[in-house]
Design a protein around this ligand. Structure first.
Ligand code: G6P
Ligand code: MN
Length: 440
């Protein structure tokens, strides 16, 4: 039997957490947990899912201790892994991140374009405090971070905690795309091995092989050029997500050497995306009417129940599986393959050393290790240099409280067009961000 762990779920009120719990149940032999600490500063939110989570764990994980708390010290003082998916400012602020840019005819997305800047400023500030708190107790605890925008959070944390090798920033998008590729190719996801480079939410698959080492990339690209790209779980996806997959097809009508992540489109098809957006009903509203409603309705049905009979155990989300598989790979030094976020340090040999790049690699007891990629071509290098400069200036604006750097950052972002737009969105963001961040 493998050694078991104490884990803390930080941002436990997230609607992704019930399915994460389902993954812990499924992985109970692979990654045994003796104590679950569910921590959130918003007790009201957590109370919507608490009964369901408690009942699921009582039913399927009866030997584990379960704690729900709003006490930061209790959450972080004695824990082996922090699984973090905090959303600073919750949906209310996500709504501003998406809607303010649209007012100026700019992409309204939470991690790309101007919205990602605003979200990044909030997340980084809170994540720095969190890491300090965790480290005030232990240097050993692993911090697995899913808080977005991962690119900005990862770069900022590296700047503030350069020696800390136990912070891992994670994104399920490449993982989710691999699952969709596997479905198209009719193979198991674990049989596929990718070559990939980029920044987070800004990357490309450049090769794919199956377990026998056979190249399946050409076959996949041909499929994507000739068929509608659908995520592996298309039936469960809301319309706006399906649209993003179709725009991968569209990108590939123009440039088909690599397969982009769905997030690249926000930098290439801005006009079309803005024209299709409803400035009064963005992704945050859609997710409220779909995932949030579904999860909360299900969880409500657990209230007052003593058994799980008429309930379903949510499970197999890409987010949950990725987080737990990564923890397992660290805890038992499995060196499983993932697409990882790591400091470049020459992996992409014609790119900035200190950038956080997204490449294929492995994860083991010392954290993630990227596979050397080699040089990238001018087109991608140009795009990434620009995006990296934007990310770096955003981090510097946040750490230094610099208005000028914030303006420079936004004006560099390809989804923000020109200084006037940059200033307009920045000033609007400042107005709604109150105590989350301040610039001078
Ligand atoms: C993908 C990304 C995540 C992001 C999520 C947003 O999974 O990799 O970084 O948080 O999508 O999903 P939502 O359903 O909240 O729009
Ligand atoms: Mn992501």
């Amino acid at each position: 039997m493998r050694k078991s762990h104490t884990i803390t779920i930080s941002g436990a009120g997230s609607t992704r957490v019930p399915a994460l719990v389902g993954t812990f149940v499924e992985f109970r032999d692979r990654f045994p947990v003796s104590k679950f600490i569910f921590y959130d500063i918003d007790n009201e939110r957590t109370s919507k899912t608490e009964a369901y989570i408690r009942l699921a764990l009582k039913t399927y994980y009866s030997d584990a201790e379960v704690i729900f708390t709003t006490d930061e010290d209790l959450a972080y003082s004695k824990t082996d892994f922090v699984f973090c998916q905090m959303r600073v400012g919750k949906s209310e602020m996500r709504s501003y991140d998406e809607k303010i840019p649209l007012k100026y005819g700019l992409v309204g997305q939470e991690t790309c374009g101007a919205g990602g800047f605003s979200y990044g400023m909030r997340s980084l500030t809170a994540m720095i405090d969190m890491v300090k708190k965790v480290r005030s107790y232990s240097a050993e605890t692993w911090i697995l971070n899913y808080t977005n925008p991962a690119a900005i959070v990862a770069y900022g944390l590296q700047k503030v905690f350069p020696e800390d090798k136990r912070i891992l920033n994670l994104c399920d998008q490449p993982y989710s795309l691999m699952r969709s590729f596997a479905k198209i190719l009719k193979v198991d996801q674990k049989e596929l091995s990718a070559r990939y480079f980029g920044l987070n939410h800004f990357g490309w698959f450049t090769a794919l092989t199956n377990r026998q080492g056979k190249d399946v990339f050409v076959e996949l690209k041909e499929y994507l050029i000739n068929h509608e790209f659908k995520p592996y779980n298309a039936e469960q996806r809301a319309k706006s997500w399906l649209d993003t997959y179709v725009r991968v097809n569209k990108y590939m009508q123009y440039i088909d050497e690599y397969i982009p992540t769905t997030y690249i489109q926000y930098y290439f098809f801005q006009e079309e995306i803005v024209a299709e957006s409803n400035p009064n009903y963005t992704r945050v509203d859609e997710s409220f009417d779909t995932r949030e409603k579904e999860v909360w309705d299900l969880c409500k049905r657990a209230e007052g129940k003593t058994d799980f009979k008429d309930l379903v155990l949510l499970n197999d989300s890409v987010f949950g599986n990725l987080m737990v598989e990564v923890a397992e790979s660290i805890a038992y030094d499995l060196n499983e393959e993932f697409i990882v976020l790591v400091q470049n340090n020459g992996l992409i040999d014609n790119f900035e050393e200190d950038a956080i790049v997204e490449v294929a690699g492995t994860i083991g007891k010392d954290g993630p290790k990227g596979y050397p990629y080699g040089p990238i071509k001018t087109f991608y290098k140009g795009l990434m240099e620009n995006q990296y400069a934007y990310e770096r200036l955003t981090v510097e604006a946040c750490l230094e409280g610099s208005y000028v750097k914030a303006l420079q950052a936004l004006s560099l972002n390809r989804a923000v067009n020109g200084l006037e737009n940059a200033k307009a969105v920045l000033d609007d963001f400042i107005e709604v961000s109150h105590d989350y961040w301040k610039l001078k």
